[in-house]
Design a protein around this ligand. Structure first.
Ligand code: ZN
Length: 153
């Protein structure tokens, strides 16, 4: 995707965050996680925030079809980060899905993939040494440095 497309892609994530109020801390963290995954950066995110502040800004489909589907999945992922999908988030998700031509079956699949991805993102484990709660993907406890189960042998 081009820089301009990255900005619109992230603007869609911001739009769904804002659908039920302002961007929460959890949503902001989830968006940051997504932009690192797609190789966008903070400048793109700042620009995306700026354009969504314009009156009447609408979600915009960008990139190839596969990128649009990914964008929809990321929108759901971000919306899930501060709670279950709210009605305004669902409405925005459905109108975007319709705009990119996703069928109901696909929407259901995307939704369950986003939920699975979100659970993995949010999962935590308890350190066997000190009992500190840390993200499941971490290889070492941030508190005491003990290796976790995720450590490669
Ligand atoms: Zn520990």
């Amino acid at each position: 995707m081009t820089d301009k497309e990255f900005v619109s892609y992230l603007a869609n994530l911001i739009m769904i965050s804002k659908a039920d109020g302002s961007i929460s801390e959890e949503e902001q963290a989830a968006i940051a996680w997504v932009y690192e995954e797609i190789n966008a950066n903070e400048t793109d995110f700042e620009e995306a925030k700026r354009i969504t502040e314009k009156d009447g800004y609408q979600v915009t489909a960008v990139g190839r079809y596969s990128e649009r589907i990914r964008n929809l999945e990321d929108m759901i992922f971000v919306a899930l980060s501060d709670n279950a999908l709210s009605d305004p988030e669902k409405i925005l998700m459905r109108s975007f899905a319709k705009a990119i031509g996703a069928k109901q079956e696909q929407i259901d699949t995307i939704l369950s993939e986003a939920i699975a991805r979100f659970r993995a993102y949010r999962a935590t484990i308890t350190c066997s040494n000190c009992g500190y709660e840390i993200p499941a993907a971490w290889r070492f406890c941030s508190e005491c440095g003990t290796g976790t189960q995720a450590q490669t042998v």
